[in-house]
Ligand binder design. Structure first.
Ligand code: NDP
Length: 333
């Protein structure tokens, strides 16, 4: 069993004499900065001069360029996109790090695949929320917390762990719990979820949509049935609350009987899915994916843009918009 830390394992007092520079004020940066400040931590922001810097100023933070913020800080938290981080680290962060500093990553990606190698004299740690940025703030404000993956990659000072856990507490994560792991495990688990579990699940959903629309059901009804009504998402939430098996009790007896008696027909799909997933995991762990996405830029970014354009032209995008508008769902509400 991996080590799991809660509030009682962390002491915010170790941050009393520390200045924490958050580099980047986007999804994670803004939420983590507000949470740390509310926890009594001395936070400054390092940012390029963009709308994010303006937002940070409006929120009352002291904002400077990235190099200056790192120079003033004892702890630097890197909260900019992973693919731009190596360049920013090389030019603005690394030259301003001194012995005693701690660098915190919210994703193990750049360390795991040797795209960033901090000097031996700095502490390096992971505090990777298992929560989107807006949820980091909302859960802090509501008092709920959210889990994170944490880990020490390098401890030059001997107090890397105490500071890492204090930061995890300051952002509100030890309320829920933080599980210890290596940068490599965090990065590869995350990439696997995005590249294997997500697409496999998405393919099952798209297959059902195709089949039902081809069979003559109105696309709006199909999308409502499969995901837009929120019923399926609700079942997922119940899985989280009471467990995967027990949540079945919330469904009708007809539904439960049909599910358990028909599920065996899909068992033969497990092996081919596992084979594909295993190939994707190998590709991730070998560093092939990191090479494609990080080293071979801007080729990968150009491909990504093309795929995004094609995605928005799919019939599904139109059906989805029309149904959400008709039923006032989500941002169409
Ligand atoms: P964002 O995409 O929100 O970007 C953060 C900020 O970085 C933005 O203000 C952005 O400015 C700025 N930025 C973009 N390019 C550059 C550059 N070249 N130089 C300096 N600043 C730049 O990042 P996220 O918050 O989504 O991700 C930050 C880290 O957190 C990553 O390591 C990510 O893996 C990790 N993480 C993210 C999660 C999430 O839910 N988003 C969840 C868990 C971890 P602009 O807006 O102008 O582009």
């Amino acid at each position: 069993m991996a080590e799991i830390y809660h509030d009682d394992a962390a002491d915010l007092g170790v941050l009393e004499d520390q200045t924490v520079a958050l580099v980047g004020y986007g999804n994670q940066g803004r939420s983590q900065a507000l949470n740390l400040r509310d926890s009594g931590v001395n936070v400054i922001i390092g940012s390029i001069q963009d709308h994010a810097a303006a937002a940070a100023k409006e929120d009352g933070f002291s904002v400077s360029n990235i190099a200056e913020a790192c120079e003033q800080a004892n702890i630097v938290m890197l909260l900019i996109p992973d693919e731009v981080m190596p360049e920013v680290f090389k030019t603005d962060v690394a030259p301003n790090l001194v012995p005693g500093n701690l660098v915190i990553f919210a994703s193990g990606y750049n360390i795991a695949f040797n795209l960033i190698t901090p000097a031996d004299y700095v502490d390096v740690a992971l505090v990777a929320p298992r929560m989107i940025g807006v949820g980091v703030r909302e859960n802090f404000v509501s008092g709920n917390g959210f889990p994170s993956f944490v880990g020490i990659h390098h401890d030059a000072t001997g107090n890397a762990k105490a500071r890492m856990l204090a930061i995890a507490k300051g952002i509100g994560s030890t309320r829920a719990g933080c599980i210890e792991m290596s940068m490599h495990d965090e990065a590869t688990l995350d990439l696997f979820t995005e590249q294997a579990f997500g697409p496999a699940f998405g393919r099952v959903l798209m297959t059902a949509i195709d089949l039902l629309v081809e069979a003559g059901y109105p696309p709006e009804a199909v999308l409502l049935e499969l995901y837009l009504s929120g019923e399926f998402a609700y079942s997922f939430e119940k899985m989280r609350e009471v467990g995967m098996m027990k949540q079945m009790d919330f469904h009708s007896r007809t539904s439960q009987y049909g599910t358990v008696t028909r599920s065996a027909q899909f068992v033969t799909l497990a092996e081919p899915i596992k084979e594909k997933m295993s190939a994707i995991l190998d590709d991730i762990r070998s560093g092939n994916f990191a090479d494609e996405w990080s080293i071979q830029q801007p080729k990968a970014a150009a491909l990504f843009e093309k795929i995004r354009e094609a995605r928005d032209k799919m019939p599904l995008a139109k059906w989805d918009d029309a149904t959400r508008t008709a039923f006032k769902i989500g941002d169409a509400g």
